[in-house]
Write a protein that binds this ligand. Structure first.
Ligand SMILES: CC(C)(COP(=O)(O)OP(=O)(O)OC[C@H]1O[C@@H](n2cnc3c(N)ncnc32)[C@H](O)[C@@H]1OP(=O)(O)O)[C@@H](O)C(=O)NCCC(=O)NCCS
Length: 170
């Protein structure tokens, strides 16, 4: 069973190991640390145990929530854990959260050659809306821009007060 939680410093070693396994131009530690701090960043990990306690991190998603827009910055699943729905589930969590915040348009960039990720996005309802020539500087390549409209979902009028130590996204 997959569970999800807000990323914290304790997850960074596993996140960075997955990042290095997934990308030839991995994010540096400083980039992940910034995303843990930004108020506008929605950074979640997917945990799958198979008996291990606590369950290990198998994937993560990072989005920026901007009024009426959500920008997907990073999505990755450990190579040994792919094709089990973890990537789609992470993206689904992000989209659901965004819907609860009023929705709008979700944007993302994906390498032109990354057909696997494009397939995941297409299955979830994203469509190509443009191209950014030379967007990826390392291993130079164009980005395909994909987008999806997300209708807003009603949320309680008076949000519960956050408890000490509780994540802002709980
Ligand atoms: C893209 C990525 C996050 C997908 O994660 P995942 O957990 O394997 O994706 P899912 O299991 O949710 O796949 C959902 C569907 O997408 C499609 N899909 C996923 N991977 C695919 C592949 N390698 N080839 C063809 N279709 C694929 C399939 O239709 C799949 O459904 P199915 O398994 O029932 O056929 C993962 O491949 C990854 O981490 N890639 C490297 C990092 C990356 O490219 N990130 C995106 C940057 S923009």
């Amino acid at each position: 069973m997959i569970s999800f939680c807000t990323a914290g410093p304790e997850h960074l070693p596993a996140i960075e190991a997955i990042e290095r396994a997934c990308f030839l131009d991995p994010w540096p530690t400083s980039a992940f640390l910034s995303e843990l701090e930004h108020d506008w960043s929605w950074f979640q990990v997917a945990l799958v145990g198979e008996g291990a306690e606590p369950p290990p991190v198998r994937g993560y998603v990072i989005c920026w929530i901007i009024p009426q827009d959500m920008h997907l910055l990073n999505l990755a699943v450990h190579p040994a854990w792919r094709r089990r729905g973890i990537g789609s589930a992470l993206l689904g969590q992000a989209v659901d959260f965004f819907a609860g915040r009023g929705g709008g348009t979700v944007y993302l960039e994906v390498r032109q050659s990354n057909r696997e990720a494009q397939q995941v996005y297409h299955r979830l309802g994203f469509t190509p809306v443009g191209r950014r020539p030379g967007y990826y500087r390392r291993l130079r390549e164009d980005a395909l821009v994909m987008a999806m409209r997300v209708p807003g979902r009603a949320v309680p009028a008076t949000p519960r007060r956050r408890q000490p130590g509780e994540s802002r996204w709980s």
